[in-house]
Structures are given as C-alpha cells and as structure tokens.
Ligand binder design. Structure first.
Ligand code: GRF
Length: 194
C-alpha cells in the first residue's frame, strides 16, 4: 500500500529516574490516532525505576545507565539514540544533569517537564517552596533544555491554584494531573518543527 507523505511518526526517547507517570502518559498518547510520535526508547538512570515496568508492558526498548562515569554513560546513551533514530528526547523526572556536550549534540531536541511556573522555583522541592512563600499559584512548565538548570526556552505552562491549607503532597498531585495534559500538548507543538 502507498505510504502517505508526512505520515511517518517521529521516534522519541523518554529519560526517567523514578515513577514514570509522565512516561506512561506519553506512551498512551502515542497510541492516539493523530499522534505524530512513537516512543522508541526509554533511558533510566536507575535499574529500580518503577517506570521501567511500563517499558516492559508496552514493549519499549530500555537502556539502564549506571552513571558511575558521566562521559562513558553519555557515550552509551548517544549510541542508543543514534541507533534508534531518535528525533526528540523528553526528560520526565530524570534526576541527572546532562553535560554541555550532550545538550549541544541534541540542541533544540531535548525538552523537560518541571513542576513549577518557571522561572520560579527551579530545582527540587518546588511545591513546598511555593507554599512556604505564600504563592497564590504554582503549576508546571515544559521547556527546552539548555546548559543551565531549568532555564531553557518555555514551550508551554499551566497554572494551578494553591489553596489556603494546601500541602506539598496535595499540590504535587494536582500539578501532576496538569503535567499529564501539558506534556503531550507540548510534544505536538515541538514535533511540528522537527
Ligand atoms: C514530575 O513532577 C516532573 O515534573 C518532575 O518529576 C516528576 C516526575 O514524575 N520533573 P513521574 O516520574 O513522571 O511520575
């Protein structure tokens, strides 16, 4: 049968370190009729990451990297990315910092989801810090990755209200729900230009 021009799905890799709820959500979205991507590979910085179970269930290739040595770890990852013709890398709870060199190699092709309204609350413990500072809103941001932590160009953001007696836990759950809407939307936006 003739293949329609432009109907080819782009290969995406997701990098995780833990639960992988964003990973699972992106897998599910990739099965939708209009999806423009396929998750071809998952890279995990831990063999114990719960998210690896999703790779097993959905038969996605996985690469576990022990990160004892940054240079050789990234060399192994780059090899897998090339082998699997990866066009876009999605960081989803990936707890390692990528080297400048790595980012340069995939410049404009690495995106991340962060649970705050960047540029506010870069780094860890974002929910509690936002509550402690008596913010009225927090939220989530999908952004391009550059060599500075949580600082690349913003792709999309979603605000989430902070309630009077909120806890970091409750807020994180409400934000995560929004992350699951925002990340696939952002992918759609980014993939048009790749
Ligand atoms: C999410 O809150 C994401 O914004 C942050 O790490 C968390 C990962 O959650 N970068 P999960 O592993 O996708 O469930």
């Amino acid at each position: 049968m003739l293949k329609l021009i432009g109907d080819k799905k782009k290969n995406v890799a997701v990098f995780i370190s833990g639960t992988g709820s964003n990973f699972l959500n992106l897998i599910k979205h990739s099965f939708k009729r209009n999806s423009k991507y396929k998750i071809e590979l998952v890279v995990s910085s831990s063999p114990r990451a719960k998210g690896l179970n999703h790779a097993k269930k959905y038969k996605i290739k996985k690469k576990i990297i022990n990160y004892n040595n940054l240079k050789s770890s990234e060399k192994k990852i780059l090899f897998e990315l090339k082998k699997n013709k990866i066009k876009l890398i999605c960081l989803a709870g990936f707890m390692k910092i990528l080297s400048k060199n790595f980012i340069k190699r995939y410049n404009g092709k690495i995106i991340n989801i962060h649970p705050s309204l960047l540029p506010k609350y870069k780094g860890l413990d974002t929910h509690q810090r936002a509550i402690n500072n008596k913010e009225k809103f927090s939220g989530c941001t999908v952004h391009y990755v550059n060599s500075k932590l949580d600082s690349g160009k913003i792709i999309l953001q979603k605000k989430v209200k902070i309630f009077k007696y909120d806890s970091g836990y409750k807020l994180s759950k409400r934000i995560l729900k929004q992350e699951h809407i925002l990340y696939p939307k952002s992918l759609k936006k980014v993939l048009i230009n790749l």
